[in-house]
Design a protein around this ligand. Structure first.
Ligand SMILES: [Zn+2]
Length: 208
């Protein structure tokens, strides 16, 4: 129907197929195309073309990324990007983020006013560029912490937990200690590199 709508045809003669805008003719619209004109044919080719049709399943399902963004935001509280964590610590912190998220997501109680109505607050919507109402939920809870602490104590009681331990099978350091595979220069090589660097600095200051 959209290929007809752009020409000002909002209903088929049989009346079986029609546009779903409220009035028979939209109040405001850009200039209509002439049916069958080169511009209209070009537009039809795009709208009815295979390229667009193949993309429709992805558009039509209207996938939101809000949930995963919300998780990533929480995950970064546990593993800030600018802080280094060695692999076991990194994995533990990511697991903590998952536990925290699962313990709270969609489970926080909606607060109510004294008269029983839902408690709402005004927030700025960046998408709309205006203020909107949002329900207020109770503070987060951490019901899993007591269980984790109990397990930690049990583990400590079972034997020493500090000191060197063998790397787990999925520890990336099983592959390489560093991301790069370069061998550290020997003391002799480092000394030569230092002399080269100093020479370079000297020439630079002389040229200024
Ligand atoms: Zn129309």
């Amino acid at each position: 129907m959209s290929t007809h709508h752009v020409c000002g045809i909002h209903e088929t003669e049989s009346g079986l197929n029609r546009c779903h805008h409220e009035d028979k003719e939209p109040a405001e619209h850009p200039a209509y195309l002439t049916y069958g004109s080169p511009a209209h044919s070009a537009m039809k080719q795009v709208i009815l073309g295979a390229k667009l049709r193949q993309k429709i399943p992805f558009i039509a399902r209207y996938r939101h990324t809000g949930l995963v963004e919300s998780f990533h935001s929480l995950s970064l509280v546990y593993t800030p990007k600018h802080v280094f964590f060695w692999p076991p610590m990194f994995a533990s912190r990511k697991r903590m983020a998952v536990i925290d998220f699962n313990a709270n997501h969609g489970l926080r109680e909606e607060l109510t006013e004294g008269d029983g109505r839902k408690k709402l607050e005004m927030v700025y919507s960046r998408a709309k560029g205006s203020m909107k109402m949002r329900r207020v939920v109770a503070a987060k809870t951490h019901p899993y912490v007591a269980g984790l602490l109990a397990d930690m104590l049990e583990r400590r009681r079972a034997g020493p937990v500090l000191g060197p331990r063998p790397l787990s099978d999925d520890d990336p350091r099983q592959i390489s200690r560093y991301i790069h595979k370069v061998v550290r220069p020997t003391t002799q090589e480092q000394q030569e590199m230092r002399l080269e660097w100093e020479g370079h600095q000297r020439r630079r200051s002389e040229n200024q």
